[in-house]
Ligand binder design. Structure first.
Ligand code: KG4
Ligand code: ZN
Length: 347
């Protein structure tokens, strides 16, 4: 059966190449994500390598999801692609491809703000999270760490964010200090499972401070100093596990505290409501437990989309395209990629 008004979504803003096709009611008809492994040797994303990999893989990936959905480009009602914020090379590849499809098949093009896509994911009907506007979003990924009041499509207020590293960046840097691979978050969480979270009294930056800004660089430095103070040679597995567990406990405590403040700020304006967590760091079980407790204390509901929709994906981009198309907000070919695109500048 051909679904009415399907939308193709494309995500290329960082190191994941992703494409998805959604029916206009949000049903996912096909989805695929290619995570670029090419960066591991460098311990972080290399923009030029990422852009070339998007260029090499995107056309095939789009063909794959279109075939899975059983559709041709002529069946599409619109095409949406991340237009920013992110790495310029990848944004050019994804948005250029989408504009080509739009021009060739005379369908509307939507240039999606990647942060708004994370924010609106919770509204995907199939998730059943019941995320009506307004709600509060905690976005904790490798590139982003902020609290956002999601008030409507194109209408978001950033309540606070990191003043230095993103939460995922802190996990990745500490993982590197402990000799783990990249990305470090999942490996660090596995190591922490066998450690004592009270073994090291690491600082909890900004804990209890007014507002909901975050800071992780002091914590990272404290871990670096603890590692430097160890006897020379390879770090004993038990010690590494204790450091990982103590670091993770500090991050979870800080993020839960900052989220509690954000919930108070949100509730002052809109009343208690829903806290949604998104971003790769939302995979962390210790963090989820701490957030669950914080939301209960604040009288908020807590929702975490399935992990594959917390990390970068194209379903969220297609869905944002659908939400925007419903309001008649297609974009022109002149819409240029924006490496920096704060939500406050979104309309
Ligand atoms: O959202 P994401 O896939 O990509 C962007 O950064 O946009 O997030 C990736 C980040 C990485 O820094 C990774 O180390 C972190 O999320 N991460 C985790 C876990 N899984 C992924 N951090 C802590 N615990 C995890 N289980
Ligand atoms: Zn992202």
């Amino acid at each position: 059966m051909i679904c009415p008004s399907p939308v193709l979504g494309i995500e290329t803003s960082c190191d994941d190449t992703a494409a998805a096709v959604l029916a206009s009611d949000g049903r996912v008809l096909a989805e695929a994500v290619l995570s670029q492994a090419d960066h591991a040797a460098f311990g972080g994303v290399v923009p030029e390598i990422a852009a070339r990999a998007h260029l090499a893989h995107l056309p095939g990936l789009v063909d794959r999801v279109m075939a899975q959905a059983g559709l041709g480009f002529g069946d599409l009602a619109a095409v949406a692609a991340s237009l920013g914020p992110g790495l310029i090379g990848g944004l050019i590849v994804g948005s250029g491809f989408a504009k080509g499809v739009s021009l060739a098949h005379r369908i509307p093009y939507v240039g999606v703000n990647h942060l708004e896509a994370h924010a609106l994911t919770a509204r995907l009907p199939s998730l059943g999270l019941d995320a009506a506007f307004p709600y509060l979003l905690l976005l904790v990924s490798g590139g982003h760490c902020q609290c956002i009041a999601v008030l409507g499509v194109g209408h978001h207020v950033r309540l606070g964010g990191t003043i230095d590293d993103a939460a995922g960046e802190a996990f990745d840097k500490v993982a590197k200090l402990l000799g783990l691979g990249w990305p470090g978050g999942p490996a660090l969480e596995r190591l922490a499972a066998n450690g004592n979270p009270r073994a090291y009294a690491f600082p909890r930056p900004l804990l209890g401070r007014k507002g909901c800004d975050f800071s992780f660089s002091g914590l990272k430095t404290a871990v670096a100093q603890a590692v430097a103070a160890l006897p020379p040679g390879a770090i004993a597995l038990e010690t590494a596990a204790d450091i990982a567990a103590s670091f993770q406990a500090a991050v979870a405590a800080v993020i839960a505290d900052r989220a509690s403040h954000a919930m108070r700020m949100f509730a002052d304006e809109h009343g208690a409501g829903l806290l949604v967590v998104a971003g790769g760091v939302a995979a962390n079980a210790a963090l989820r437990t701490a957030l669950q407790a914080a939301t209960e204390r604040a009288g908020f509901r807590f929702a975490a989309p399935p992990l594959k929709y917390c990390t970068d994906n194209a379903v969220m981009v297609a869905w944002t395209g659908i939400e925007r198309m419903r309001l008649g907000r297609a974009d022109s070919m002149a819409a240029a990629p924006r490496p920096r695109w704060p939500l406050a500048e979104l309309t």
